[in-house]
Design a protein. Structure first.
Length: 89
């Protein structure tokens, strides 16, 4: 079982309301910090690498939820298939 927490005033405070019984023996391993999400419109990398092609596709999807009639699942699949055909033939 793994718990996450942060050191505060020299004490590890578990996150998400987790708790351990008093006297529980634990091993502490510092985790790597996850970078804060970046702003895609400014072209910066996020917490994981995103290719320019993926970035353009994501930017093209922004705003779909604001449409009066957003595409249903079948329409989304059709759009994806059209994009695949353009890319791979």
């Amino acid at each position: 079982m793994t718990f996450q927490g942060r050191v505060k005033n020299g004490v590890i405070v578990l996150t998400n309301g987790s708790s351990l019984a008093e006297g529980t023996l634990v091993n502490i391993v510092p985790a790597e910090e996850v970078p804060a999400p970046s702003n895609l419109s400014q072209g910066r990398q996020g917490p994981y690498p995103v290719s320019n092609e993926q970035r353009e596709a994501l930017l093209g999807l922004i705003g779909l939820w604001k449409m009066d009639q957003p595409p249903d699942d079948e329409e989304v699949e059709r759009i994806i298939e059209e994009a695949r055909m353009k890319k791979y033939g």
